[in-house]
Design a protein. Structure first.
Length: 180
């Protein structure tokens, strides 16, 4: 375990089980549909990569990048689109892939923006859900697991661009981001 991690919440083995289960569910739910998987960068990259390997359907993959955290542990509430998707959504059933659903502000902004682009449907999948922190009315159609109100890193989630490469989800020690 990394020295900056207080404890592990979701092991690598549990992450593998979650992605397999969700991939099978999506395969069943999207059979016969024109699926476009849209990953929210940068955090969703590990989850999207593993998940897509378990979706046994033809699909397109695209990415969108939004920012509201900077180097903070708390969202600023101001959403900035850094990279928009390349695909025309007309006729696609869009699956928006998020690493963590926290306040929901960023995801709601992206969801509303993509909804205006004529997709057949939009659904949300999140690896981690932190419902205790929700600030806007948005929910995930598919959830890997709930997590407590703690600052988590690993498997794509970061603090100041570090810790994404941890193979598990862990709680970051407060001393790391409080500077103590």
């Amino acid at each position: 375990m990394n020295k900056d991690v207080e404890r592990i919440l979701v092991t690598a083995e549990e992450l593998s089980d979650i992605t397999k289960k969700l991939g099978a569910k999506i395969t069943a739910d999207y059979a016969g549909k024109k699926l476009l998987i849209v990953g929210v960068l940068k955090g969703s990259i590990y989850f999207l990569t593993d998940l897509s390997r378990y979706i046994d359907l033809p699909c397109n993959i695209d990415f969108i990048q939004a920012s509201s955290y900077g180097s903070s542990t708390v969202s600023s509430g101001e959403i900035k689109i850094v990279k928009d998707i390349d695909d025309d959504l007309t006729g696609f059933d869009v699956l928006l892939v998020e690493d963590i659903l926290d306040t929901g502000r960023t995801l709601k902004h992206i969801y509303d923006m993509l909804s205006e682009r004529n997709p057949e449907s939009i659904a949300v999948i999140t690896l981690l859900d932190k419902p205790s922190r929700r600030a806007v009315d948005i929910h995930a159609d598919y959830v890997g697991t709930d997590v407590p109100d703690a600052f988590v890193v690993g498997y794509g989630l970061d603090y100041n661009q570090y810790y994404r490469n941890l193979p598990y989800i862990g709680v970051l020690k407060k001393s790391v981001y409080e500077g103590k």
